[in-house]
Design a protein around this ligand. Structure first.
Ligand SMILES: Cc1cc2nc3c(=O)[nH]c(=O)nc-3n(C[C@H](O)[C@H](O)[C@H](O)COP(=O)(O)OP(=O)(O)OC[C@H]3O[C@@H](n4cnc5c(N)ncnc54)[C@H](O)[C@@H]3O)c2cc1C
Length: 486
């Protein structure tokens, strides 16, 4: 008889898992608490503006291709990609920007013009980063994190030193210009920890950044969610929204179904793509694998304060992706990781998708997303949100040399309390659990429950980690373990 699988959540990891499991022959049903699918990658539309609520950087296109090719289809069957040029611009001051273009040669020249000799150093650095990418993203991240032995092979042994030195010290050994250092440290921020706490092996993110480039799916990242949802449905997956899972049902030590809106739904196997900590709270305490103390001691990726803003005019002097590194990085990192508090002077990121993609805003208007990384669990009030919007928008006007505040016609914020309310996120984290050395691979929370049979986890808190490409991979790893044991 066909086994029935219930999947909690409809983020990238749950949707990916649903596709693989349906292809393997299971009867798969997804249960999402919110009105729409997509999880952290949902979409917000207002007055003709379209905003991605979460991810905006489409990196590692090969991972998306590999995902779709597992189903004999291509990304282009579902959405249209554009390689961004420039990939992004970084403001270090009103007059000082560095723009990262769309090819390695151009980026080497940019570096060389700023620090003599750095173009040649960068070439070597990127060659090593590409080697790491080939080991990590084409192989290691596809291991299920079951045993430390998965990581042991000739290639990883040859790179052992890179697991113990940080990306921060590696970059500083070679580059002296502080702005170039900031640009080289930026990509690992996607992994959720400080560059000084991230192994230098993770320089593969620099290859993803400079070597592979930054893409924009027309219509925004949500079109990728729509594509995977269409794929899942074509494979027979049933998707239910407005379906809050209140409990994972068990008999003895076996998962037997889920309780949704007071109703028991029997399943042979339960998979959860909801945040790991939350999923365990759906179980009786005796069935939980990790204590509150365990979670509290982990390094979580930041939360964020986000603003989705529609401007009644086009915005000047910005790129599709623009980073504002005009204040001290260390004081902001300290406020996130060492002594959680609202940073005095926040770094921030702004995205203007309508620069590239006319479908994101009405004619002659601009859609903008502003993001300030924050410590998870930090106090979140309407007053703080307003104070910080005023801080960054005033700085934005000064640095980019234009007045914009009178042109705001749409504005919505999203912060810690929304991450908790909308996604049951632990302490309101945005990107899950950081990829530090002690939170990598087999050291992360496990995909297969050690206490409850027929219960599995997927998503950015388990293997391999935060980000859209890892979430897709996580769905595949989870499905493979389900298949192996059932
Ligand atoms: C602001 C922001 C910016 C980001 N930027 C990028 C980027 O540019 N590039 C990139 O690659 N990554 C980025 N990320 C990270 C990326 O979005 C995530 O890693 C990925 O989307 C996580 O997918 P997931 O499936 O693990 O979790 P989620 O997307 O959180 O999915 C979990 C789902 O479970 C649902 N759920 C929770 N509890 C229940 C319940 N009890 N019952 C039913 N359903 C439930 C939630 O509603 C949610 O839909 C960003 C994330 C955020 C928040």
């Amino acid at each position: 008889m066909t086994k029935k699988i219930g999947i909690i959540g409809s983020g990238f990891s749950s949707l990916a898992a649903s596709c693989y499991l349906a292809k393997m022959g299971y009867e798969v049903e997804v249960f999402e608490k919110n009105e729409t699918v997509g999880g952290r990658a949902r979409q917000y539309k207002e007055s003709g503006f379209t905003f991605d609520i979460g991810p905006t950087w489409y990196w590692m296109p090969d991972v998306f291709e590999r995902f779709f090719s597992d189903f004999n289809v291509k990304p282009s069957d579902f959405y249209t990609l554009e390689k961004l040029n420039p990939a992004y611009t970084v403001y270090f001051d009103k007059e000082e920007t560095i723009t990262i273009e769309d090819s390695l040669e151009k980026i080497y020249n940019t570096f060389e013009a700023i620090e003599k000799g750095s173009g040649t150093y960068l070439k070597k650095f990127i060659e090593k980063a590409e080697d790491n990418y080939n080991v990590a993203i084409k192989d290691l991240v596809y291991k299920p994190g079951v045993s430390p032995l998965e990581l042991v092979n000739a290639k990883t042994i040859a790179r052992l030193g890179q697991f113990f030195g940080s990306i921060s010290s590696e970059v500083r050994k070679t580059f002296k210009n502080p702005k170039l250092i900031s640009i080289l440290e930026f990509p690992v921020l996607f992994l959720g920890a400080k560059p000084s706490d991230t192994p230098s092996f993770y320089s593969f993110m620099n290859f993803a950044d400079f070597g592979l480039g930054t893409f924009h799916p027309k219509g925004g990242m949500y079109t990728v969610i729509e594509g995977i949802t269409a794929l899942a449905k074509s494979l027979g997956v049933k998707i239910n929204t407005n379906s809050n899972v209140e409990e994972i049902l068990t008999e003895g030590t076996k998962a037997t179904g889920i309780k949704i809106n007071g109703k028991h739904v029997r399943k042979d196997i339960v998979v959860s793509g909801a945040d790991y900590h939350h999923t365990e709270t759906l179980l009786d305490i005796k069935h939980r694998q990790y204590s509150e103390r365990y979670w509290d001691k982990k390094t979580f990726a930041p939360s964020s304060l986000l603003f989705y803003v529609g401007f009644d005019k086009k915005i000047k002097n910005v790129a599709h992706h623009t980073l504002f590194f005009d204040v001290d990085f260390d004081q902001h990192a300290y406020a996130i990781y060492d002594d959680p508090h609202w940073p005095e002077a926040p770094l921030f990121y702004a995205s203007f998708p309508s620069i590239t993609d006319a479908s994101c805003a009405p004619e002659d208007k601009e859609a903008a997303i502003f993001l300030i990384p924050l410590a998870p669990g930090i106090e979140d009030t309407p007053e703080l949100r307003t104070e910080y919007f005023n801080k960054i928008i005033t700085r934005f006007e000064h640095i980019t040399n234009q007045e914009v505040q009178d042109s705001i016609i749409v504005k919505k914020s999203f912060c810690v309390n929304d991450f908790i309310a909308d996604y049951n996120s632990y302490k309101g984290n945005a990107y899950g659990m950081a990829n530090t050395l002690l939170q990598t691979a087999f050291l992360r929370p496990k995909i297969k429950s050690k206490k409850v049979d027929h219960l599995y986890f997927t998503g950015q808190l388990t293997v391999p980690g935060p980000g859209v490409p890892p979430s897709l991979i996580s769905g595949k790893l989870c499905a493979e373990l389900v298949y192996k044991y059932n």
